[in-house]
Design a protein around this ligand. Sequence first.
Ligand code: NAP
Length: 488
Amino acid sequence: MTPESTRTNPRFLIIGAGMAGVMTAIKLQEAGLDNFTIYEKAETLGGTWRENTYPGIACDVPSHFYSYSFALNPDWSHRFSPGAEIQAYFEDVAARYGVADLIQFGKEVTRCAFEGGRWKIEFADGSTDEGDFVIAATGVLHHPAYPDIEGLDAFDGEVFHSSRWNHDVPIAGKRVGVVGTGSSAIQIVSGIVDEVAEMTLFQRTAQWITPIENQPYTDEERAEFRDKPDVMQELRAAVTKAFTEGFANVLVDAESPMLQAIQDSCTANLENNVKDPVLRERLRPDYRATCKRLVMSADFYDAIQRPNAELVTEGIKRLETSGVRTEDGELHELDVLVLATGFEVDRFVRPMQVIGRDGIALDDVWKHGSFAYLAMSVPDFPNFFMLNGPNAPIGNFSLIEVAELQFAYIMQLVEQVRSGKGNEVCVSRQAMERFDAERKEAAKHTIWATGCKSWYLDRDGVPTAWPWTFDRFREDMSEPRLSDYEMK
Ligand code: NAP
């Protein structure tokens, strides 16, 4: 180890200053392990909440659940608070806990290599650093997926991805098209319909939508949360329990009767709120609710029935100078086109080049798809841990809780090194293979494997998300099974 790091005070390189990177820095500091730097490629922290600024953005995981456990927020405005408020929360927590100033911005890591027992990292600006542990907090739904639509360059109007909203482009009084019907698109449609002249939604696949009421918290409620933190803790515990038991846990058992209750509620939402029977059938999915990530919205059906809104279900043929030409030959003239077409969900730490022991490249290891033991560790990549890596519980959980649990787990492995049990720790190949086989077997029984197409599926059609209950995840995170690790 080099002079700046010792066995008991190793050096950590944190990549990414989103929710998970900020949490890591706070927790390391709290543990007295202050030998770390957070590297962030952008100019501000916040990750997904910095990048997604589209109209209507909110988090559909309840705010008192989608908060750090150590920094509950009495001031959440709504049950499901808007994106800008969540971004402000992360900025505030990072400042209050003294880690905002420890972030190096504009530092894009291009390469990470394990050489001579340490991680050497290189940045796009040519600079380098090295450390003993890498914590990759690089996010999941991060790299926009652009659709392969002919003529994207031919359009005379403005076109951008939902996660790269161009606020310089006025939409008021304009003809705006939205491609996609995922959670982003549905929030956007409700967020812009009042403002635009015409709203055209290009739907390839209909979505089940569960109605969520998003009541604001009253001043009195917020004052009570501030004055009586126990009340806020109790609320968080109740919300967490209801969300986990009533939703997240049931998705991993396609036979769960609770899935039928969700299906019934989505069906009633559609039946009761869409008047025109023809439109209703065009909005009715032909697969089971929650097979795709469930969309939550109180006002989408209202928005799509406005006089200035149109649902287009014909396939997109191409983009032309003045708009979208659909397969039936119709031209839908537009000023702005928003591609709410999702993310390249298999990238994780890439395009960063990660080189493990003996020159093994992560790109090669992952050439048939990404995987990680407990969504954190990959064989031959010692002292390299991902937060919310491949196969994490995602989409239906609070990623904050996932990252906090993973961090606490990783620290137990770090302790092994600090206490002299070895210098390098990573999952063994056998444990990785066993985990992956069990994961794929369990995935067959989840709702995601019941016959729809979604971003949960890998190229072989196997769901990649954590296929067990969240209770099991919590249990697995409580203590590492050391026999699954290789310690050198
Ligand atoms: P998404 O769920 O992957 O949806 C992408 C949409 O684009 C789908 O409707 C897809 O159609 C459509 N699409 C893709 N390529 C297309 C093409 N070439 N032509 C026509 N349509 C095309 O993406 P997302 O809405 O950004 O959401 C991703 C995830 O982010 C969500 O599932 C959720 O986990 C998370 N998210 C969360 C929140 C929140 O409030 N917590 C908000 C937004 C997003 P098909 O269905 O036919 O493939």
